[in-house]
Design a protein around this ligand. Structure first.
Ligand code: G1P
Length: 293
């Protein structure tokens, strides 16, 4: 079964990035000249996703506008003879079909994902990608999960990565029965446990393939950690009803919702860009010499 839809929640307030996010959606903050959300949507598209369902809130209109055509800008670039930019802008507007649904109250990630229910057909599985998590990998992380899902009877699959024990309280943590070096059959998923309560140090970076049954569970679960409806809690219930797998994906994840993670991603992207690499190394070296010690 081909997975063609992705739900991307973008309704969050971005408090960790104030004051920039007072007016600007955090998802539109750029890593160099590319908005963060572009990277996440590109991961989905490169994985075979054909339709994105953005779960938005007021003030987030620039995200859908970004993925729409902008004929005025296209005409301007055409007249100015700036054909490279014209192609780039047209391609973004044609990248993928976008739908938006509003999350009128921010009641948690589980609630946000539930808002996407109407866009998913019966029996259809879908991807969820969180915009705060940027993953750099050879094969897109979502594609890696899709392949595991296809090999495992179209089951739900959650991406995981190892984190230091003291960081378990920042993530959904997974435990299960080891099937191979990278795959677990999940027995449990807990949202943001303290290190002493964490069953493992396998954390999810916000990439999921989910069966549609998750919506029935999301409609039933009580509020969980932080008083919010947690996707993690629903996945934990799903794992008692059906096979759910976790997969240690190949790639590096950046928490671009935090200032430190954003700085890390920006440096990484500068060093990966052949036109910026030597400039970036020179200025970093110069700053190291100036500020070290
Ligand atoms: C959310 C999820 C959590 C996941 C994390 C990844 O938490 O609830 O399970 O590990 O994203 O970034 P948040 O960071 O939105 O609090």
């Amino acid at each position: 079964m081909k997975i063609t839809k992705a739900i991307i929640p973008v309704a969050g307030k971005g408090t960790r990035f104030l004051p920039a996010t007072k007016q600007l959606p955090k998802e539109m903050l750029p890593i160099l000249n590319v908005p963060m959300i572009h990277h996440v949507v590109k991961e989905a598209v490169d994985s075979g996703i054909e339709e994105i369902i953005f779960v938005t809130s007021s003030g987030k209109e620039s995200i859908e506008n970004y993925f729409d055509r902008n004929f005025e800008l296209e005409m301007f670039l055409e007249k100015a003879g700036k054909h490279d930019y014209l192609e780039m802008i047209k391609n973004i507007g044609q990248m993928v079909n976008i739908r938006t649904v509003r999350q009128k109250e921010q009641l948690g990630l589980g609630h946000a994902v539930l808002m996407g229910k109407t866009g998913i057909s019966d029996g259809e599985s879908f991807a969820v990608l969180l915009g705060d998590d940027l993953i750099v990998s050879e094969k897109p992380a979502t594609k890696q999960l899709m392949e595991v899902s296809a090999a495992r009877n179209n089951s739900s699959v959650i991406a995981v990565m190892e984190v230091p024990n003291e960081e378990t309280s920042k993530y959904g943590i997974v435990a299960g029965e080891k099937l191979d070096e990278k795959t677990l059959k999940m027995t449990k998923m807990v949202e943001k446990p303290d290190p002493e309560d964490a069953p493992t140090n396998l954390a999810t970076p916000g990439r999921y393939i989910l069966n549609k049954e998750i919506f029935d569970i999301l409609e039933e679960i009580p509020r969980g950690a932080g008083g919010e409806y947690q996707l993690t809690d629903a996945i934990n219930v799903l794992a008692t009803r059906k096979d759910v797998f976790s997969y240690t994906f190949d790639g590096e994840r950046f928490d671009t919702g935090s200032v430190k993670g954003y700085l890390n991603a920006t440096m990484e992207f500068a060093l990966r860009d052949p036109e910026l690499k030597s400039y970036a190394m020179d200025i970093m070296q110069e700053k190291l010499n100036r500020y070290k010690g």
